[in-house]
Design a protein around this ligand. Structure first.
Ligand code: ITT
Length: 187
């Protein structure tokens, strides 16, 4: 299987999941064009349309983001831009004195099998904590603590993060599909 992403951590998290199923994951490390939209499913669909012109199928890509409830879902589809601009410290500042810290990470996989694009979604609910904790992972990991855990994603290794994460929930949908319909020789 082939993943298209310029994010090494994302590749490593999927690599670990595919490994559990005995599937080798190849990394196509490119940055591709993303449309701007409030609808993450549409973003992923259009990204696949773009990438299929330059990468041989089958492949998948994934778009993830963070929705903070008290900020009406912000940064959502703008998670990458916001993280580049204001970092985790900026999010914590925005959330000063806000009591409801509920948030949700989502991940949407777009898989192109050569004929059709298939979308798979995963999400995990949790809380934005008061200060950054942990040095593992990437992006918003040090400020997000999934429900039913006393650690942030930033304090977990890949295996532990994968047991909670939005990414592995999307993966689970994807692998179920591949088990049913994936052409073994293409995987
Ligand atoms: P590609 O688009 O090349 O795959 P990216 O890093 O731009 O890589 P996304 O657009 O999917 O990935 O992610 C948007 C932002 O959301 C990203 O910059 C991270 O800051 C954050 N993010 C996504 N998944 C995350 C995760 O598992 N843990 C922490 N932050 C995450």
């Amino acid at each position: 299987m082939k993943i298209v992403t310029h994010n090494k951590n994302k590749y490593l998290e999927y690599k670990e999941k595919f490994y559990e199923y005995g599937i080798k994951l190849d990394w196509v490390n490119i940055e591709y064009m993303e449309i701007q939209s409030d609808d993450p499913m549409k973003i992923v669909y259009e990204s696949v349309e773009y990438v299929k012109k330059i990468v041989e199928e089958p492949f998948f890509l994934e778009d993830a983001g963070l929705n903070i409830k008290s900020l009406n879902g912000f940064p959502g589809p703008y998670s990458s831009y916001v993280h580049n601009k204001i970092k985790n410290s900026g999010i914590l500042k925005l959330m000063q004195n806000i009591e409801d810290r509920s948030a949700e990470f989502y991940a949407i996989i777009g898989y192109f099998d050569g004929n059709e694009t298939h979308l798979f979604k995963g999400s995990v609910k949790g809380k934005i904590i008061e200060e950054e904790k942990g040095v593992n992972g990437f992006g918003y990991d040090p400020i997000f603590k999934p429900n039913n855990s006393d650690k942030t994603f930033g304090e977990m290794d890949i295996k532990e993060k994968n047991s909670f994460s939005h990414r592995s929930m999307a993966f689970n949908e994807f692998i179920e599909y591949l088990k049913k319909f994936g052409e073994k020789n293409k995987i």
